[in-house]
Design a protein around this ligand. Structure first.
Ligand code: EPU
Length: 295
């Protein structure tokens, strides 16, 4: 019997992963499943484990490179309404599902006169993905807002963990063994009009400095301490460097853009060239910010 029989939610077989990646790169996932709710997720995990199938949780697909050979396991995406709700919790907190898009959190907060989340404007991700990688800009990270995270382990056990017990660091949460179900974010009272003004300014700045001309996964490398990977790659003269369909953006050197037919191996080769040049030039070892999913 097929393991997915009777599961509620949306299941697709041999789903092209490029459809779910802002890079527009990747082979097929053998199973693509969007559970309806927590019970559906738990039941899917139970069956996946029983059949020894590998599982990967996928967020908005904006910080991931899917391998050309696809993924033989099950990709689980928590995007149904049951995982994406945003609501107020008292006067200065909101509760959001893992599948809530950051832009919706920013606009929810703005329309309820709650400030603090403005810096998330323009980050094309989900709350769950943002928490796992502690997404942020400059010195602000999503961990600054988090007060509690609801987690599920791969055996289906759920627990709420206070921020103090999560080892958040720059672009790191150490929550990779868990599935983020949602979180409580602490905000503060602020006039919606001021929030809207800041959000527009942040988005304008991104549009001016970053490359939205072609598909990409945003910044490819983490910034080294007190420096910018983009600045270092730029100084190495790598803007415009190309492998197959992958190219170092001429606008922002920490962006690799897909000029049309890029494959994951083009991106990986280009990343290795960049790492090698930055290491030779500055003695700095760049660490990837994007996650690579393959078999
Ligand atoms: N710079 C260059 N050349 C470039 C790119 C940048 O000289 O090609 C210089 C800039 O002139 C600036 C400095 O490097 O002086 C920093 O650049 P920028 O302000 O663009 O910020 P960043 O450090 O490159 C970080 C985040 C971005 C986020 C911006 C918001 C990381 C790895 N990147 O970029 O996040 O949008 O700050 O200001 O932390 C992402 O994570 O995908 C991402 C795009």
């Amino acid at each position: 019997m097929n393991w997915w029989k009777g599961l509620e939610g949306r299941l697709r077989l041999d789903e092209p992963l490029r459809r779910h990646s802002s890079f527009r790169i990747g082979g097929k996932a053998r199973f693509w499943y969007e559970p309806k709710d927590i019970e559906g997720l738990r039941e899917a995990l139970r069956r996946i484990k029983q059949h020894s199938i590998k599982a990967a949780i996928i967020g908005a697909g904006s910080n991931i490179l899917f391998d050309d050979s696809g993924f033989k396991g099950a990709c689980l995406r928590l995007c149904s309404p049951g995982f994406s709700a945003i609501s107020k919790a008292g006067s200065s907190s909101i509760v959001c599902g893992a599948g809530a898009m950051l832009k919706d959190i920013v606009s929810f907060a703005g329309s309820h006169n709650m400030g603090g989340a403005e810096f998330l404007a323009g980050i094309p991700g989900t709350l769950g993905g943002a928490i796992i990688m502690n997404a942020g800009v400059e010195s602000r990270n999503i961990s600054d807002l988090v007060s509690e995270v609801d987690l599920m382990d791969y055996s289906g056990r759920v627990r709420a963990v206070k921020k103090e017990n999560i080892a958040f660091a720059y672009r790191r949460s150490r929550l990779g063994r868990y599935i983020v179900l949602g979180a409580k974010l602490r905000l503060f009272a602020r006039e919606g009009e001021l929030i809207g003004r800041d959000v527009r300014r942040i988005i304008d700045r991104r549009l001016k400095t970053q490359d939205y001309s072609h598909p990409s996964a945003g910044c490819v490398f983490k910034n080294p301490p007190s420096d910018s990977a983009g600045r270092l790659i730029d100084i190495c003269g790598l803007k415009g460097e190309r492998v197959g369909g992958a190219e170092v953006s001429s606008r922002h050197a920490n962006f690799i853009i897909n000029r049309g037919r890029a494959r994951s191996r083009d991106v990986i080769r280009l990343m290795n060239i960049i790492k090698g040049r930055v290491k030779d030039e500055f003695g700095i070892c760049l660490e990837p910010e994007i996650k690579i999913l393959g078999n």
